[in-house]
Design a protein around this ligand. Sequence first.
Ligand code: NAG
Ligand code: NAG
Length: 180
Amino acid sequence: MAACIFFIIFALTSYATALATPSLDLVQSSCQNATFPKVCVHTLSIYKGPVSTPRELAQAAIKVSISRAINASKYLSSLQKEADQREKGAVKDCASQIADSVDELRDTLSELKELRRATFRWQMSNALTWVSAALTNEDTCLDGFKEVEGRVRTDVKQKVTYVAKVTSNALYLINRLDHP
Ligand SMILES: *[C@@H]1O[C@H](CO)[C@@H](O)[C@H](O)[C@H]1NC(C)=O
Ligand SMILES: *[C@@H]1O[C@H](CO)[C@@H](O)[C@H](O)[C@H]1NC(C)=O
């Protein structure tokens, strides 16, 4: 009986957590001056998870960026098989840059999860360094497609540009954190 009640409470709590989304007020005010405000509001208002502080919102933004980058990474792997000779080089380089970007975004997230008062400045500087490196990798991928024409270029540009916008917004949201 007790186990059953415990289970029901557990299930309800998990259900409530799964349904939680960031408050629209927090999202809208935080995204107001982001680099890409509409993308910022869109991606974070549909984020699944409890978010009630700017710091949690910055973490949510990095998580969105990670999942978008992983998705782009999968797409690039599938492209490597079908790309023609001309595109192959750019696709391969881009796949490796986006994979690096995923690692750097994960490093950013672990730094943000561990923020301590005593080491705040140093950790923030690390987090900003990682997220900037991720953004640079995404931009480098896009640069690699300047000489490539056709559908592959259009698709990669569209997907990676979106990842870069989300990452750029995350950088902005991290930059705004001024205390642990
Ligand atoms: C956005 O920028 C405007 C104009 O510079 C400023 O008044 C406002 O406080 C800023 N909002 C946020 C949330 O940073
Ligand atoms: C992930 O990639 C697939 C295939 O490219 C696409 O159809 C889907 O919309 C993407 N999902 C997200 C969340 O980006």
